[in-house]
Design a protein around this ligand. Sequence first.
Ligand code: FPP
Length: 256
Amino acid sequence: MQHISSTLGVPDTSYVPRHVAIIMDGNGRWATQRHLPRVAGHSRGLDAVRAVVEACAARGVQFLTLFAFSSENWRRPADEVSFLMRLFMTALRREVIKMHANNIRVRVVGDLSRFSPRIQQLILDAEARTAGNTGLTVTIAANYGGRWDLLQAMRKMLARSPMLDPDAIDESVLAPHLAMSYAPEPDLFIRTGGEQRISNFLLWQLAYSELYFTDTYWPDFDAAELDKAFASYRQRERRFGRTSAQLLAPGLSGTA
Ligand code: FPP
């Protein structure tokens, strides 16, 4: 299904965001505050993932996208990186079974070539096992970067049509090659942990997303915190470039 681009048309809006994208930040600080090793924060972070997946499914969210590991996270100390890899494997083994039982589809986006063959196989298995599920789609962004996504999309586009006329390149030519072309653009972007940055997450897709930042560290983010973000989202006026007056008379707004 082709989703409406927020820069070309006016996507439908709904009471509950259809697509929620989250940067799960603050695991390390959560742990340090408790005099625990940073990795303890990541373990608790996985508990928070479970709670937020359940809460999104219960609230009728269609797509939940979680930034689990950025292309830049390889720069962390080796033992923290390998802990995160083990946690990722645990999640792919155990959590996916539970998600499958709840009709949740799992997808993973990012440059997966840098992961071990074992992890790559677990990713393929998780995606295949849940491919027929029709409930919430949980996308894990792993070794993902927004710039990487744009570059790989351009490469794919040109590989398919090497003689492409530059003037013929528009959104509808490029967008199908983006890693998350199966999902509508995020309605709501959440970042925990106090920083107010996009950090090379979904650069193309966040064009008209509502942004919500909270100081809460990710391990403390739960259903109640999600509801606060949703309440904030509901108060936003999503104009997609139009004026407030046009929103009151939608018949006059047009989609061009
Ligand atoms: C950011 O906190 C968090 C990460 C880089 C890892 C996120 C991983 C999880 C939440 C657990 C695994 C999840 C899945 C889906 C397998 P930080 O370490 O940057 O925290 P800090 O800013 O306080 O140092």
